[in-house]
Design a protein around this ligand. Structure first.
Ligand SMILES: [Zn+2]
Length: 359
């Protein structure tokens, strides 16, 4: 086992895929840290994640949801056949590929929740991966998520199996969801789901392993352990990351290995630090962060506006005089930057929460 993630063979600044990306997740599991994956919707939010990674010298993940992908390409574009979402995700991945080497840290590029009705988006991204693979011997993205958790378990796992067979020759990592993450995120509303579906079982996770492992080792499971998207006041759903330990034990006893599963933590916003520590100890290698960085991005602008309100009411005239120009305040580079600086800070906090820091 390498001492430092940089010692992993093939590790490099910029987007990593395949064996190198998987070795990083394996290293994270062994070392007890996880890599936060941030939902990005613009080049600005991508830059904030990369800047934070560069500042602390640690790997980060950037992910695009279907809605975030469409937004990346532009809200005006039609998306009835997911064409804007395909275009935006592909453009976002190329963008991250192009700029990330300059930031000096490894990055995984990932696509977030893909439900059954969004599969055309998934197909489009895989086509781009295949095209990129033909040219460069690796996929465009590092990993993709399929979320068929609303379907019956067997349908869910069957569809994952079918897609994974297409992904494995490109060494793509598949993240799949079993059990349901509660709450609302980006148009996926699971706030009315009954409480028993919010907890996966050891048998669920084992079924996933049995179906997917013969195809490739490179899959992660977003198991449900009472996690909820978004930040809510304490409700009926109780976060139980110790369940992940039960899933590991069940699979581990069958396989004769300790902690064979790789877990992803969805809905981690607002989680208590001790719950995160338990999750890390039980094989969580990736945690999604969206709500907290959304707030940070907004708060940066909010605080700037409050501090400079008198300079932001017109092009000319401010508290220093009626003829004074305000261009240096309303230039988007000024206030978008304030959002970025605030988001950078929050990204670093997520990394620290997940022990993704130089120890
Ligand atoms: Zn999620």
């Amino acid at each position: 086992m390498p001492i430092d993630f940089w010692d992993i063979p093939g590790m490099k600044p910029g987007v990593i895929t395949g064996d190198v990306a998987w070795a990083l997740l394996d290293f994270a599991k062994a070392k007890g840290f996880a890599i936060p994956s941030f939902n990005c919707t613009t080049s600005s939010s991508c830059n904030a994640v990369l800047e934070a990674g560069a500042t602390i010298g640690r790997p980060v993940m950037i992910q695009f949801s279907e809605g975030g992908s469409a937004f990346f390409a532009g809200k005006a574009l039609p998306n009835g056949k997911k064409e804007a979402a395909i275009l935006g995700a592909v453009a976002g991945a190329h963008y991250v590929r192009n700029v990330s080497p300059a930031y000096g840290v490894p990055v995984l590029v990932h696509s977030d929740h893909c439900a059954k009705k969004l599969l055309p988006w998934f197909d489009g991204m895989l086509e781009a991966d295949e095209e990129y693979f033909k040219a460069y011997g690796e996929p465009l993205f590092s990993s993709h998520m399929l979320d068929l958790s609303e379907e019956p378990h067997d349908v869910n796992v069957d569809i994952c199996e079918r897609y994974f067979k297409r992904m494995a020759p490109m060494n793509l990592i598949l993240e799949m969801e079993i059990g349901i993450t509660g709450g609302v995120e980006d148009g996926v509303d699971n706030s009315g789901v009954s409480a028993d579906k919010l907890y996966s079982t050891p048998a669920d996770c084992w079924m996933v392993w049995e179906k997917l492992r013969p195809i490739s080792e490179k899959f992660t499971i977003a198991a449900a352990f009472g996690n909820v998207h978004g930040v809510y006041k304490a409700g009926n759903v109780k976060l139980q990351p110790e369940l992940l330990g039960n899933f590991q034990t069940f699979a581990g006893e069958k396989l004769g290995t300790a902690k064979p599963l790789f877990f992803v933590f969805h809905g981690g916003s607002g989680s208590e630090k001790e719950h995160i520590a338990t999750a890390l100890n039980n094989g969580v290698v990736k945690m999604n962060v969206d709500t907290d960085t959304q707030w940070a991005y907004w708060e940066g602008l909010l605080n700037f506006y409050k501090a400079k309100e008198g300079y932001l009411q017109g092009q000319i005239g401010n508290p220093d005089g009626p003829d004074k120009p305000n261009k240096s305040y309303y230039d988007p580079r000024k206030w978008v930057r304030e959002s970025e600086v605030s988001m950078v800070k929050r990204v670093k906090e997520s990394c620290a929460d997940l022990s993704n820091v130089n120890q």
